[in-house]
Design a protein around this ligand. Sequence first.
Ligand code: HMH
Length: 221
Amino acid sequence: EKKIGIVEAWLRKHRLQFTGAIRHPFVLSIRDGSIDMASFKTWLAQDYLFVRAFVPFVASVLIKAWKESDDGSDMEVILKGMASLEDEISWFKREASKWDVPLSDVAPQQANINYCRFLEKLMGPETQYTEVITAFWAIEAVYQESFAHLLEEGSKAPPELKETCERWGNEGFGQYCQSLLKIATRRLQKASDHQIKRSELALLTVLELEVEFWNMSRVNA
Ligand code: HMH
């Protein structure tokens, strides 16, 4: 079995699911400028809760890298990503106060609860590094691909959402995603068929959960 470029092969195989996650109507509504700000506020509050739950998930990936990785530089990539979440949480708080979104009374919606439950499963000791690093890359890559599209030519994204688009669409974040992809690809090359299968399933689960997460903001518009 040829295992080189396995993630790229999966993205080709699951192209519809991937496109569904990175070209969601919510994201496209930002791009064409038709976005309803109530939807944006819902997304903002829910994503704040998600990112808070994402911190312990990334911490668990870091621990697995330390215990299971054959390459010491993995830990540095993950640590950098984890450190940037501190700034991200501050940004959510600033952005929420700008839009008068009270973060203290936000209750997680079902799609958010489901996503966080999946993260918790990945955090467990029974889930191996190869699978979690693949899921980690996928989670970051969906946001990177989604928001980078809003910075590209032809985007009519409202100026007040430019900062949001740049947060995940910027080139540095893109390079960070490439680093995660490189780690995942390296691990998958050495993985058992069982781990490969599980990692592919984790990717598909992330894509579904991301679509549900975007859907959340539209339902409450
Ligand atoms: C739902 N997926 C979701 N929120 C995020 N902030 C990211 C991915 C990227 O970290």
